[in-house]
Design a protein around this ligand. Structure first.
Ligand SMILES: Cc1cc2nc3c(=O)[nH]c(=O)nc-3n(C[C@H](O)[C@H](O)[C@H](O)COP(=O)(O)OP(=O)(O)OC[C@H]3O[C@@H](n4cnc5c(N)ncnc54)[C@H](O)[C@@H]3O)c2cc1C
Length: 427
């Protein structure tokens, strides 16, 4: 498999990359989960495109000068070269197979790309249990299943870890006296699952999910058939659908106070929302920001009374009731605008601020799943006490399920229950 990939050092870069017609370069590191997730895809694609494009690997830490010269600051970073010139996109983090293919296709041209695509053989894989989603719920289920010697494949559309991976500090997960870095906590969960034998398909595209027949198709070529499925796909922030929201998501607009409040030390912030999370997060952000403006559509807050009292009396926090955002604008780094409309008068005005936080709730990640799944009034999956959904052999765990509290501990507990119940059924 591997002979179509050349591992090179800085001295060979000129000859092997710049003097080649087409080349793709993977700067990788050791102890790097996203690099491991990329490795298999890179090898498989080298088998398909390897006669047309030179596939190169460079160990980043061993070739620091070259990495710096090329402005490669993270691993993995995939670069594409056409006749010595960098072309296409730079891919980093959880690199998708389809993104690599898109760039390779652009280099080899449409008709050759079509020929190469026809060489891709479909693959069928069988397993006892397929877990969709690698957050705390899915990873815990994986650990329990693998320890019971039940073959388990875990599929995640991103890198495993779920929300914990993006949470700055976690202070309420038992077993640690000091608050834990969320990324590391999720990393240990993933590594524990891998060490116990869970097979990962990370940063993949899920093309089709057939829950009734227990088959899913990923990355356009692999069909995984399972005896049981556990859905642990979590939830995501509810989009407002306001102009500019997509453009500035993660670039002026944040959904995570724990992750981003620290960047607003002595800065001004606008918060959209008036429920529990908006109010509690406002109090947290107030530890950093110099001024907070809460924009809420109703004429009263909907949070718990205690938090409401604190927010209303807080000298850094102002609340604008009965207004809705209509547009988000960006004028420069940490220079944002929110156009708000007065719901009574219909008048619009712009609030200038340094950053925007949106807290208007979450929606479960079930859009790709069967519409025959039973859901509650908010769209979360209903399960019985052992985490079975209404579809035979399909379980659900974690934030995607209907329940009153969504925390790491409750997701971990759900994953445990689902895995043990699945194990008993498989016996
Ligand atoms: C900002 C923030 C801070 C938080 N802080 C804390 C805290 O300090 N303490 C605490 O206990 N809880 C905290 N929580 C809540 C906690 O993170 C969640 O309850 C927990 O992560 C839920 O775990 P999960 O496995 O159900 O889902 P998630 O963690 O959401 O993981 C779901 C996984 O499924 C994957 N996925 C999504 N769709 C698909 C698909 N179609 N196919 C395959 N995979 C898919 C995602 O990529 C993700 O990896 C916080 C949440 C947020 C948003």
């Amino acid at each position: 498999m591997e002979e179509k990939i050349k591992e090179i050092r800085e001295a060979d870069f000129q000859a092997e990359v710049l003097e080649n017609k087409f080349a793709v370069v993977d700067f990788y590191s050791t102890d790097c989960p996203p690099c491991n997730a990329l490795e298999e895809k890179y090898e498989a694609l080298s088998e398909i495109y390897g006669d047309d494009v030179q596939f190169i690997k460079i160990f980043r830490q061993g070739n620091r000068d070259l990495a710096e010269k090329l402005d490669v600051t993270g691993s993995p970073t995939v670069l594409f070269y056409d006749n010595g010139q960098e072309c296409g996109d730079r891919l980093t983090g959880g690199v998708l197979r389809s993104d690599i293919m898109k760039n390779l296709d652009a280099m080899v041209g449409e008709s050759r790309a079509e020929e190469l695509h026809s060489m891709i053989k479909p693959v069928e894989t069988e397993t006892d249990v397929l877990i969709l989603g690698g957050g705390p719920a899915g990873l815990t289920a994986g650990v329990y299943l693998a320890q019971a010697h039940i073959e388990t494949i875990l599929v995640d559309t991103a890198l495993p870890g779920g929300y914990v991976a993006t949470t700055h500090l976690v202070s309420n997960y038992p077993g640690f006296i000091e608050p834990q870095n969320g990324y590391m906590l999720s990393h240990y969960m993933s590594e524990q699952a891998i060490a116990n034998g869970v097979e990962f398909r990370a940063a993949v595209e899920v093309n089709k999910v057939d829950l009734e027949r227990k088959r899913i198709k990923i990355d356009g070529f692999e069909t995984i058939r399972a005896r049981k499925i556990i859905i642990a796909t979590g939830s995501k922030p509810r989009p407002l659908g306001v102009l500019g929201e997509d453009t500035y998501r993660g670039n002026g607009i944040s959904y995570c106070a724990t992750c981003d409040a620290k960047y607003y030390q002595d800065k001004e912030v606008v918060i959209i929302g008036g429920g529990n999370s908006a109010i509690e997060e406002a109090l947290f952000i107030a530890k950093f920001a110099s001024k907070i403006t809460i924009v809420h559509q109703l004429d009263h807050l909907q949070a718990n009374k205690e938090a409401q009292k604190k927010v209303i009396s807080h000298d850094k926090i102002e609340i604008i009731f009965e207004h809705e955002p209509r547009e988000f604008r960006k004028y420069g780094n940490m220079d944002m605008g929110v156009v708000v409309e007065d719901l009574e008068s219909g008048k619009k005005r712009e609030l200038r601020t340094n950053g925007i936080f949106i807290f208007v709730g979450f929606i479960p990640n079930i859009s790709q799943l069967s519409n025959k799944l039973k859901v509650d009034q908010w769209g979360y999956l209903e399960t019985d006490i052992e985490k079975r959904t209404n579809i035979d052999g399909v379980y659900a765990a974690g934030d995607v399920t209907s329940k009153p509290f969504r925390q790491i501990t409750t997701a971990v507990a759900d994953g445990t229950v689902a895995a043990i119940a699945v194990g008993k059924e498989l016996e």
